[in-house]
Ligand binder design. Structure first.
Ligand code: DAH
Length: 336
């Protein structure tokens, strides 16, 4: 009996199979219900006790060899099947390239332009308090200009709100740094407004701030002209008097877009001019609020909506597209 097991062990170890059927025959021969292994287990019950130990060990060795062989055959036939099915000369699957969101593309371009003339990037929180979003910017409680920006308050707490503009970053930066300072603050802002093709309750702004000794309105004008030339390739600008509580004097900047096409007529309403940002000289009251001496320092600030600039640059007509993120729209920015 023990010798028979040794012979079977050799048979198992030498067994080779090239088809699934042969492997199945092999499995049935040893592990099937009426297979060799079950015969041995039956025989084990009959033999005298003193031989049981040796016999049992031999059967175990055989059982392990059979199972190992079966595993080995299984994996080799599986990989054979894969090799037969796959065409290894087929070209690979192309990996799809992603693209940057147009808002980020233009934001980065604007940052690049201002970085080249010494502006650094500053950051602030989207959830603000009343002081940084309003009061320090010369918009005390009950100031009528607060109504210009419909505000989302959090849990009806008047001191916890979503910032309505990136001007709040000016205040934070001036509170923590000494002049001279020259910063750009890009970010998301929120207003409780009805969503339409022209306005959204979430959008992006870029704020600029420059504080130093003897900063003048001429510096502001030069800087903005440099910016419009770099971004749009258009250097003709005009400044219209305007009102913002945090700047005095304040202005709105128009770029001369031209009247070369039907689109130019439409988007400029036949004037050739397009409004792109608000700006002005930082109001001395604001400087006082952040402990900067207005007799020694002066400065300018400006703020623009990024969506509007993207819409002008790429002739897009609906601001909602930036938040719907249809892949067909996003994919058009792949090569930029
Ligand atoms: N914060 C203004 C707004 O959201 C934009 C703005 C205007 C920012 C003039 C400025 C500025 O820094 O000087 O409408």
């Amino acid at each position: 009996m023990l010798e028979k097991i040794d012979d079977l062990l050799v048979e198992v170890q030498n067994f080779q199979s090239s088809t699934k059927d042969e492997t199945e025959q092999f499995r049935l021969k040893f592990n099937g219900k009426k297979g060799i292994m079950n015969d041995f287990y039956d025989a084990l019950k009959q033999i005298p006790n003193e031989q049981k130990k040796d016999f049992g060990q031999k059967i175990n060795i055989l059982r392990n060899a059979v199972n190992e062989k079966l595993e080995e055959l299984k994996s080799s036939t599986e990989s054979k099947i894969i090799l037969e099915k796959e065409d290894l000369t087929r070209p690979g699957f192309p990996l799809e390239l992603g693209s940057r969101h147009p808002i980020n593309l233009v934001k980065n371009r604007i940052i690049e332009i201002f970085k080249s003339i010494g502006f650094a990037v500053a950051d602030g929180p989207e959830i603000e308090d009343d002081w940084h979003n309003f009061t320090a910017l010369n918009l005390p409680e009950y100031h009528p200009a607060r109504d210009m920006q419909d505000t989302f308050f959090i849990e009806q707490n008047p001191d916890v709100l979503l910032r309505t503009h990136t001007s709040s970053v000016q205040i934070r930066y001036m509170e923590e740094n000494e002049p001279p300072m020259r910063i750009l603050a890009p970010g998301r802002v929120f207003r409780n407004e009805a969503v339409s093709s022209r306005s959204h309750c979430i959008f992006h702004q870029i704020e600029g701030l420059y504080i130093d000794e003897n900063v003048s309105f001429a510096d502001l004008k030069q800087t903005i002209q440099f910016f419009t030339t770099e971004l749009f390739g258009k250097s003709k600008i005009r400044m219209r008097p305007s009102y913002f509580p945090f700047t005095e004097p304040s202005a709105e900047v128009d770029v001369y877009w031209g009247l070369n096409s039907e689109t130019d007529y439409r988007i400029t309403k036949g004037t050739g001019w397009l409004e792109i940002m608000g700006c002005g000289m930082v109001d001395p009251a604001v400087l006082k609020n952040v402990n900067i001496d207005p007799d020694k320092f002066s400065g300018y600030a400006f703020g623009m909506g990024i969506e509007r600039i993207v819409m002008l640059l790429y002739q897009m007509s609906d601001i909602r597209m930036f938040f719907e993120n249809d892949k067909r729209m996003l994919e058009q920015f792949k090569s930029l």
